[in-house]
Design a protein around this ligand. Structure first.
Ligand code: DON
Length: 570
């Protein structure tokens, strides 16, 4: 109930704002399947304070990149489970005119990293891999947001960082989802006094209605506001990170921080039934896998077989199985893997070859002599922005697990990621129990770890259609796939596309997870007859999505009821 009430408030904000500014009748009611509509511009994130920061930037004449940057900095204050300056991510930008571009601000392995760094003697140590100072990659967020702003922003940098700094310094009122989230993580922060100090009231969880102030974070943000990336990668902030590392067996140094560079990359592009798909290239596996799956599915009339039917579900699962197998075998940091077969994986010919291996009546079997993956959480976050010119940003960034490494940099007020856990742990050892040892994604100095984050934009005939993305670890790619299918093949509006039940198959384990009540008993029976092992789960992902309704020249956004979500526009 608390969550519903929260959503009600958020929806009301969105609707009131939209209606007040352009005289549009409110078109989204609490719990409605109608999207939230705005004539001019829209921001969707997982936190309404952050979405409102982005909205104000747009009202002040900023463009989509400005709003995305400001929203991302605000999320680092108001949504600390995934919003961050100590992590990394990806931003795909499609200007209304000109070529789309992708920004890669994924974390890198420190210079002291090695493929065997997660082993103690001959044994793999999961704690080192995921929950230690060695699990921290060199953060990319500040450099990435700055690079995107340098190339496409229009408002002053200071204007974009300042709202986050104010939220950190003045504080904001804690509401139910944040109170519950902070209370849940507190026991796991006990090894790190700076984290306990930052995220609790002298060791006691924040309660709903308390004001949450983060003065150290405000100081760090003021250095970033004044000095740009140098306020993070050099000077006091870098000193504090390096000191925390040196005192606790970490390997990240001043030199690693100074050497960090965000990268501009050419987006991964494909086509699907006449639509253009613009997504993130490697080091994300997302763009490659989404395009590979869409290419496979293009050979079937999904509209005719219907949303949620056994026939359609079977085909989607078989596409997922194949794309995730290729992802695991072939993908890693392109700067360290010169011969990744990306062009082949996204080709229509390859999709035809894959289709030839799909039996319409029988599930394939994922190779039993290979491997499965370790469990992942859901704690990443996605921001979708479209401005008045119809420039669009799709931004996904993360600390990896919720609250990352749980390590707050003392005196600097921000959490460090545990993204090194996305590298394969033990060279050469690949097991069914979850260890992957394939070469492309082993830790090496300066290397980026493979990611599933899939910020994606869809267009058609030169015009924006959709911005979408989600948290959810490896499920992200399938969540994004399904929102695209729901809009293109099944004609859903964006809210329906986000509401619709999701599926996840990742090659191994050889099972399909489906959301509670997502498939009817008779559909499940038909899938079982085909040989599918179906596993019911709670929820998958938290999409932030915007569709551009060109006929009415209106933006339509979805709030994902599975988690907190806030669409704000005017
Ligand atoms: O980059 C990735 O694919 C993951 N580190 C994202 C993490 C995520 O979504 C939440 N789960 N651990």
């Amino acid at each position: 109930m608390a969550f519903q009430a929260e959503r009600g408030i958020i929806c009301a904000v969105s609707v009131v704002v939209a209606a007040a500014w352009v005289g549009l009748a409110p078109t989204a009611l609490v719990g409605s399947t109608q999207p939230i509509r705005a004539r001019h511009a829209m921001v969707v994130s997982q936190d309404d304070l952050a979405s409102r920061v982005g909205d104000q930037v747009l009202r002040d004449g900023g463009n989509a990149v400005d709003a995305a940057v400001a929203t991302a900095f605000a999320l680092a204050v108001t949504y600390p489970t995934a919003g961050n300056i100590g992590g990394g991510g990806f931003l795909v930008y499609r200007p209304a005119a000109g070529d789309p571009v992708a920004y890669d601000f994924r974390e890198t392995a420190p210079a002291g990293a090695s493929p065997t760094m997660f082993m103690r003697g001959r044994e793999y140590d999961a704690r080192v891999h995921h929950n230690s100072h060695l699990a921290v990659g060199v953060p990319g967020t500040v450099a990435g947001l700055h690079l995107a702003w340098t190339e496409h922003g229009s408002l002053p940098w200071q204007r974009l960082v300042e709202p986050a700094e104010t939220l950190a310094r003045s504080g904001f009122v804690v509401r139910d989802p944040l109170a519950r989230s902070l209370a849940a993580v507190l026991p796991r922060m006990q090894d790190y006094p700076a984290s306990v100090a930052q995220f609790s009231k002298n060791g006691q969880p924040y309660q709903v209605g308390d004001t949450f102030r983060q003065p150290d974070l405000a100081l760090t943000l003021s250095r970033i506001r004044l000095d740009g990336p140098a306020g993070f990668y050099e000077g006091q902030t870098a000193d504090r990170i390096a000191a925390e590392m040196a005192a606790n067996g970490g390997i990240m140094t001043h030199a690693d921080l100074a050497a960090y560079r965000a990268l501009r990359r050419t987006p991964m592009t494909g086509t699907y039934r006449g639509y253009d798909i613009i997504s993130m290239p490697p080091i994300s596996s997302g763009g490659v896998a989404v395009i590979e799956m869409l290419n496979v599915l293009e050979g079937y009339d999904l509209g005719a077989s219907g949303s949620g039917s056994a026939a359609t579900t079977h085909l989607i699962i078989e596409a997922m199985r194949r794309a995730y197998a290729d992802r695991a075998k072939s993908l890693g940091d392109p700067d360290f893997n010169a011969r990744m077969p990306v062009a082949q994986l996204i080709s229509k010919d390859y999709a035809a070859e894959l289709r030839a291996t799909i039996n319409l009546d029988r599930a394939s079997v994922s190779s039993p002599d290979s491997f499965s993956w370790p469990a992942e959480g859901d704690e990443t976050t996605h921001v979708a922005v479209v401005d008045g010119a119809r420039n669009a940003v799709s931004l996904t960034y993360t600390l990896e697990q919720g609250y990352g490494s749980k390590i707050t940099v003392p005196g600097a007020g921000f959490l460090l990621n545990n993204e090194m856990g996305d590298f394969n742990p033990v060279p050469g050892l690949t097991t069914r129990s979850g260890r992957i040892g394939t070469d492309p994604n082993l830790a090496e100095p300066g290397k980026r770890m493979l990611s599933s984050m899939t910020p994606t934009i869809v267009s058609r005939d030169g015009r924006l259609v959709m911005v979408t993305g989600s948290p959810g670890g490896r499920t992200i790619i399938n969540t994004v796939l399904m929102t695209i299918l729901n809009v293109i093949d099944f004609g859903m509006n964006v809210q329906e596309a986000v509401d619709a039940p999701r599926l996840h198959h990742q090659w191994l384990p050889d099972e399909t997870r489906y959301e509670r009540w997502g498939l009817s008993p008779d559909t499940l029976a038909l899938l079982a007859q085909r040989g599918h092992r179906m596993v019911e789960i709670g929820v998958q992902g938290a999409v932030s999505a915007i569709v551009y309704n060109a006929e009415e020249d209106v933006l339509e956004a979805a709030e994902d009821r599975r988690r907190t979500s806030a669409a704000v526009g005017f």
